[in-house]
Each structure stands twice: as structure tokens, then as C-alpha cells.
Design a binder for this molecule. Structure first.
Ligand code: PLP
Length: 407
């Protein structure tokens, strides 16, 4: 593969390849949010014209977010984050349906905002079964079916794993649940899938789905939960009855409007986004292999089973935190060590552990993630910088850490 020559601008700029952690907002998102803060600052519950304007902005955004995932607008509830949406899906189902059963199923590779509420429920006497993935980070529908029981009330399976980018067979899992445990609800954390892959909550047959604005070039601190018509949840935040009683609290109108703009852009760009990100990802994977042949991509090897924007790459013999920090400080490339939310912790990633990646290899894995603003030039410059950083660190280690070998 011919890696294009970088321009001076790319050589000096920081290359942001941590888009699975968060993304930069589109200028249109910023403009909309600034207008909502400056001029259209009403409370949607107020009866005057400013309130009506704010209400209109919230409903417009609801329609845009719904359209991104094929949902009716009335099924979208705004929350303070996807963490809250996941908590609401899990706790809200458990507390609403505890008389029907006390067993919940999830995959072992879910985000902590799914695993932690499940752990909290276990302390209250609920039972939880975690289904392990294969070595590629993909869960089998048969394994999910085998975990189901007559008292199962919820199955939670993420659409795209945030650490390795594996795409889960959600549709087949929904079918398996309907056949074996028809009373159970099915929830999917779609945070890493929405805007990167076509997703349709109705075609998939889901009951619940979580979304986050800041992963798709919208603002932080705003999420949404899709709740299929007819599904009832016990709220986890009580108060003035906003969001039709499902999530009280004055609506974060600027963030909701910003989410709407980001969702509309993501939806309009989707076919092009998938093709573009796939192209950039192929370029990245091939380029890294040429620049540093020992690199070992983790997760599915089959392109159809992985998201187009996330690459977990192991650099055998190196330590991920040393490589990531060298890349950040010496090379101006921002990547992360596993998931951003857990990268400050030193323990092994629960995802790589569940995939049975050998601990030494897991400790050498960094996550490189692309966004809608990532360019070919940036990918090429990142390949050069990552290759050179890995070679330098390897030489440094081979020299026994002697001065002269750059680290
Ligand atoms: N679910 C997944 C798969 C994620 O990657 C994240 C963010 O890292 C979340 C949930 C939480 O999203 P938020 O930052 O909106 O709470």
C-alpha cells in the first residue's frame, strides 16, 4: 500500500484517534447549542412562547434521534447519558417486572454501565448470567439461548463492543429470546453502533436501546433510551414528570438540540460514512502491518463482523500504557488503552479477559478509533508515527533500557 506523503499541517497537528471515547462536535451542533443557550433558553414546561420554542426544539431533536435508529419519535426518552440510559433499561426493567422473574442475562463484554447495575441487582437477590464471547469477541446466539430460563426478564446485548469493535448478532439473539423466553425484554447498548452502521430497532425487534450523543459528534452529557411502545419501566429518577414520567428533570435543551443535529448529520451521511470508515480502517490495518509487522489486531478478523471505526491492536512485548503515552507526548497521536472509562485503572480489560486473550498480549493492546472527521492523511501520518514509536520502544527494551536507544 502506498502511504501518502503527509502535509506539514498533518505532521505538526495532534492526530485524534480516540473517537470511541468521545468525538469533536460538528460546527452546526455548536451553533445550535449556542443559540439555545443565548436566545431560545426557555424551559419546555413553561407555557409562554419561550417554553413553546424549547418544547419544539426538543421534539424536533426527538424526531431526528428516532430517525437515526428507525424508531417512532414517541419511543425516544432523553437521559443524562448513555450510562443513565443503560441503568434505566436494566434497573427499570428489573423493578417493573420483578414479579415475573428475577433472572437477567447479559454478555460478559458489556460496558460497565450495564454490568454495574446488574451487579447491584445481584446484591438485591436478582440472579445474573453473563454469556462469554468467542475469542473474536462475538457472542453466539446459541450460548445466549442456553442461558435463558423461564424466569428471565431481560437480555442485554450490545450491538458493537467499545473495546474491540466486534458486532454482535443482535437480530439472531432477539429471535432466540422470542422462541425460548417470550416474556423477556431485549435491550441493546447501541452507543458504538449508531451513526457508524445502519441500525433499525424495529427491524431488529428490540424492546430497549441506548444511545449517546458524544460518540457521534454531538455534545457530552446527553443520551437517549428507545422504549418500544407497550414496554413499561419503573423510573430511576423521580421528580416533575418530564419525559412522560420516565425521566424527570428539566430537559437539557441545548444538549438535546445538539444531539438532534448530530443525529441528522449522522443519518444523512451514513452510507458514505460506512464506506469511508471501512476504507480508512483497511488502510490503517494494512499500513500498521507494514510499519510494524509484529502488530496483532484483536477481535473479529472478518470485516463483516466488526465495526468500521474501532481497532484493538496488540504490540507484543510492549506495554500499552507506555506506547500510548509515548504516542501522546512524543508523536502527537491520541489513542487509548482499552476503553477510556477504564483506562485509568490498571486491571486487565474485562473484554480481553472474556475473549481469553493471553494477559501479556492484552497488556500490550491499544485502541485506535476513527471518527467522521478522520482523514486519509491523518491515518497515514498516524501509521508512520505509531510504527516509529513501536520500533523505538522495542529498540529501547532490546538495549536493556540504555540511553541512546530512544524511548
Ligand atoms: N456504552 C458504551 C458501549 C460506551 O462505549 C459508552 C461510553 O464509553 C457508554 C455506554 C457510556 O456512554 P456515556 O458516556 O454517554 O455515559
Amino acid at each position: 500500500m502506498a502511504v501518502s506523503r503527509a502535509t506539514d499541517a498533518t505532521e505538526s497537528r495532534c492526530i485524534y484517534l480516540d473517537n470511541a471515547s468521545t468525538t469533536r462536535v460538528w460546527p452546526q451542533v455548536l451553533e445550535t447549542m449556542a443559540r439555545m443557550l443565548r436566545e431560545d433558553y426557555g424551559n419546555p414546561s413553561s407555557r409562554h412562547h419561550l417554553g413553546a420554542q424549547a418544547r419544539e426544539a426538543v421534539e424536533e431533536a426527538r424526531g431526528r434521534v428516532a430517525a437515526l435508529v428507525g424508531a417512532p419519535p414517541s419511543c425516544i426518552y432523553f437521559t443524562g447519558s448513555a450510562t443513565e440510559a443503560n441503568n434505566l433499561a436494566i434497573l427499570g426493567t428489573a423493578y417493573q417486572h420483578r414479579r415475573q422473574g428475577r433472572h437477567l442475562v447479559a454478555t460478559a463484554i458489556e460496558h460497565p454501565s450495564v454490568l454495574e447495575p446488574l451487579r447491584a441487582l445481584e446484591q438485591e437477590g436478582f440472579e445474573v448470567s453473563l454469556v462469554r464471547p468467542g475469542p473474536d469477541g462475538v457472542v453466539s446466539p446459541d450460548d445466549v439461548a442456553a442461558a435463558l430460563r423461564p424466569d428471565t426478564i431481560l437480555v442485554s446485548v450490545m450491538t458493537v463492543n467499545n473495546e474491540v469493535g466486534s458486532v454482535q448478532p443482535v437480530e439472531a439473539i432477539v429471535r432466540a429470546v422470542r422462541a425460548t423466553a417470550p416474556h423477556a425484554l431485549v435491550h441493546s447498548d447501541m452507543v458504538q453502533a449508531a451513526g457508524k452502521l445502519p441500525v433499525d430497532v424495529r427491524a431488529l425487534g428490540l424492546d430497549l436501546a441506548s444511545l449517546s450523543a458524544h460518540k457521534l459528534h454531538g455534545p457530552k452529557g446527553i443520551g437517549a433510551l428507545y422504549v418500544r411502545t407497550g414496554v413499561r419501566l419503573r423510573p430511576i429518577v423521580w421528580g416533575g414528570g418530564q419525559e412522560r414520567g420516565v425521566r424527570s428533570g428539566t430537559e437539557n435543551v441545548p444538549a438535546i438540540a445538539g444531539f438532534g443535529v448530530a443525529a441528522a448529520i449522522a443519518r444523512a451521511a451514513l452510507p458514505e460514512t460506512v464506506a469511508r470508515l471501512r476504507g480508512l480502517m483497511r488502510r490503517l490495518r494494512e499500513g500498521l502491518r507494514e510499519a510494524y509487522p509484529e502488530v496483532a489486531p484483536l477481535g473479529p478478523q472478518d470485516e463483516a463482523r466488526r465495526a468500521p471505526h474501532i481497532l484493538a491492536a496488540a504490540f507484543p512485548g510492549l506495554r500499552a500504557e507506555v506506547l500510548a503515552s509515548h504516542l501522546d507526548q512524543q508523536e502527537g497521536v491520541a489513542v487509548s488503552i482499552g476503553a477510556a472509562c477504564s483506562s485509568h485503572k490498571t486491571r486487565t480489560s474485562h473484554v480481553l479477559e472474556a475473549m481469553e486473550v493471553p494477559p501479556a498480549l492484552a497488556a500490550s493492546a491499544v485502541r485506535i478509533s476513527l471518527g467522521l472527521m478522520t482523514t486519509e492523511e491523518e491515518v497515514d501520518a498516524a501509521i508512520r508515527r505509531i510504527g516509529s514509536a513501536a520500533r523505538d520502544l522495542k529498540a529501547f527494551l532490546a538495549s536493556g533500557g540504555r540511553r541512546g536507544a530512544r524511548a
